[in-house]
Design a protein around this ligand. Sequence first.
Ligand SMILES: [Zn+2]
Length: 422
Amino acid sequence: MYNKFYQFVCICALLFAFVSCRTSEPPVLAPDPSVISYDPPGATTLTKELNPQHKRTIGFQSHGVWVSNEFDGGRLNDFYHISDNKFRAEIYPENAPINRSAWFAFQIWSDQSREIEIELTYQDGQHRYIPKISRDAYNWSVIDSSHYFHDRDSQSALLKIAIDEQPLWVSAQELFTSEHVEAWLDSLTTLSYITMNEIGKSKMGRSLHRLVINETDDPIAPMIIITGRQHPPEVTGSMGQKAFIEKIISDDLIATEFRKIYQIVVYPLVNPDGVNEGHWRHNAGGVDLNRDWKDFNQEETKAVRDDLLKLKASGVEAYYSLDFHSTSYDVFYTINKDIPTSVPGLTDRWLAGIQSRLPDYEIREEPSGVDPPIAKNWMYKTFNQADGVTFEFADTKPRDEIRDLAEAAALSLMDELIKIKK
Ligand SMILES: [Zn+2]
């Protein structure tokens, strides 16, 4: 009996040693051109579990302080009183692993006017966004730098804020949720040549909108495609998209001439669930939508794809695609120069036109291949090698400069696209 048990233990130990060795060996993998270096290792776009965020108001009766995440875009997972005037906010992502884009947004108020300190701490992430504050969720200001400390060692932040009976919003960026986007889209459809349609629903049942700007008499007029907000915290990308479109529908001579030739098809809010649920990166399926343009595992990417394929089947040709995003600096992610496109050199001429309109602006262009499963590359492959860009605006870019860049970009692109039809 003893011998048999001893034998069993030895076999287990040997097996364990074998398995341990196997797993400690570095895996030898061929480089996969569709993997983007900053993505979490092994990321796929198969639907994953979300960690629930409980929507609630937390009160500290004895201190007379109240905090809430009960609004669209809210993200606050827990809140503690630490000592005297000091509180700690805990912020978690929708799931992990996840990119470094720790969104937060909450409302806070108190029975009596007072100044408090809030430590912002993160799970599976680190502090990134300089807090914005607002009394009405429409007009925002950046927190005073003397009231904000980014602790890079602990990857947290400390805020000092004055609160009173009137709720104060504290948010990673200005709130630009589906409500704000829809109000803007509604205001555009007062123009006779702009139509808005629902192309489908998000995973949680929110509307996915398409805007068509077509002042030609031709339903199959040549098209440029605009997509936005695949990544929820990327508000400066949304601001850029808005200013870009507003330039296209302006009374500017280039714009009126452009609209006689081209139509513009816009999917302004591809990830409404992520935006309204206060996600850091993913949709309600728990994945990065801008990695799902090959497998199409998610409702939102499928809806945009199917809508564009219908337009293609009706005979519409795309000449350029723009996908609006944000990162820590302005950058134009373009297509490698040795890859053929339907209008050779269009991106180079477009960027040169931006430069001539903004002589002091330093253009940063980072071209890459068309393999990764992102929106721009699907547009390229689907629409006869249409050129395109992933257009990134810096998180911290002054908001008036976002408009300047987006307007210069719109004017330059319209100018170049008019030339190829002359
Ligand atoms: Zn992005």
